[in-house]
Write a protein that binds this ligand. Sequence first.
Ligand SMILES: NC(=O)c1ccc[n+]([C@@H]2O[C@H](COP(=O)([O-])OP(=O)(O)OC[C@H]3O[C@@H](n4cnc5c(N)ncnc54)[C@H](O)[C@@H]3O)[C@@H](O)[C@H]2O)c1
Ligand SMILES: [Zn+2]
Length: 375
Amino acid sequence: MSEPRTVHVDLAGRGYDIAIGPGLIDRAGALSAGLLAAPRVTIVSDETVAPLYGKRLAASFRNAGIKAALVTVPAGESSKEFASFARLMNDLLDSRPDRKSTLVALGGGVVGDLTGFAASVLLRGLDFIQVPTTLLAQVDSSVGGKTGINTRHGKNLVGTFYQPRLVLADTAVLDTLPRRELLAGYAEVAKYGLIDDPGFFAWCEKNGAAVLAGDAAARTHAIEQSCLAKARIVAADERETTDLRALLNLGHTFGHALEAETGFGPDLLHGEAVAAGMAMAFDLSVRLGLCPAADAQRVRTHLADVGLPMRLRSIGGDNRRVWDAVRLIGHMRGDKKAEDGKLAFVLARGIGGAFVSREVDETVLHDLLVDAVAA
Ligand SMILES: NC(=O)c1ccc[n+]([C@@H]2O[C@H](COP(=O)([O-])OP(=O)(O)OC[C@H]3O[C@@H](n4cnc5c(N)ncnc54)[C@H](O)[C@@H]3O)[C@@H](O)[C@H]2O)c1
Ligand SMILES: [Zn+2]
C-alpha cells in the first residue's frame, strides 16, 4: 500500500501530523502505537459510523497490541447537547480509562468536537486521536483544535482549544458518505482556494467532479491542500486572536444566517449554507466595487456545477420557505462573530483575495439580500 500523504500542523509543543490516504483505518494501530502514553484506547463513534468502521478500527489497534474499547453516541448534532455529553462522560468512565489512556474520535465533526471536548476535560485531560469520516471533518473540523458542544444559547458555545496527537483521514471511508454530506464538505474545500489560493480554486474547477466521484488521487490532493491551508492559518493564529483565522469564515456570516433561518436542521446542511454564503460574499464584494464580477460568476458557476444549491428558493425540499432580507440581517447580528453589533464579513478582491471587513454599508447588504431572496 502506498504511503499516506502527511501534513504537519506546526504548533509549539503541540504539533501533530495529519495522515491522508485510502485504507488508513486498517493502519491506525501501527501509525499511532508510538504516540500512545499506554497501549489503551477508547474509540468514540456514532451509531451510523460504528457499524461501518468501528470493528475494523478496533481490530487495527488490537493487531498492534493496543487494547481498544468502543463507545457509541446517536448520530447527529443532538449528540453535542449537554445531556448527551454527560452521558458520554459516564460511558467513558465505565470503560475505566486512566490518565494514560487515549480517546479516538471515529466519525464526522459531531463526534470529533464531542470527543475532543471530552478528552480535554476527562480526568483533567487525555490524549486524543481523530479519525474523521466525513469530508467536512477531514478538511475542516479535525484541523485546528476547536472542540465543543452546544447549549440553548447556540452552537459550540462551550468548548476548548485542544489539539489531537494525530489525525488519520482515510479517503476510502468517504465512499459510504451520503452524496449530500460529501458535497457539503466540498464547499469547505473550495473555500480554501477562494480565500488565498487561486491556483487551488482553478484545480477545483477542473477536478472537483473527480473528487466527488471518488477518484482516490484527487481526493487525497484536495484533502491535503485543504489541511495545508487550514494548518497554515491555524499555526499563525491558533486562538483566533487576529483576523487571519477569521478568513476561514468566508461565506459563514451569510451561511449562518441561512442556517439560523432553517433552524440548523436537515433542510440546509452547514456546507450547503457556506456554499450559498460564499457566492453571496462574492456578490457583495462586487456590489461594493471591490471584486470583478467575472470572479463572482466563476464562484457561482463552479459551486452550482458540482451540485451545491445556489438559489435560496431551491433550499428546503418540501419545506420551501419564504426568505426575508431583514430577518436574515437580524440573524447576522445575533451571530457570535458580530462584535458590538457590527457585522463582520469576509469579502474578496477576487478569487484568492479574501479579507475581513467590518465596514459594510448595510443598504448595499440589504439590497443584495432582497435580490437574493427574489432570485
Ligand atoms: N471544530 C471545528 O473547527 C469545526 C469546524 C466545522 C464544523 N464543526 C462541527 O462539525 C459538525 C458537523 O460535522 P459533519 O458535517 O461531519 O456532521 P456529522 O458528524 O453529523 O456527520 C454527518 C452524518 O454523516 C454520517 N457519517 C459520518 N461519516 C460517515 C461515513 N464515512 N459513511 C456514512 N455515513 C457517515 C454521520 O453519522 C452523520 O449522520 C458540527 O457540529 C459543527 O459544529 C467543527
Ligand atoms: Zn464551516
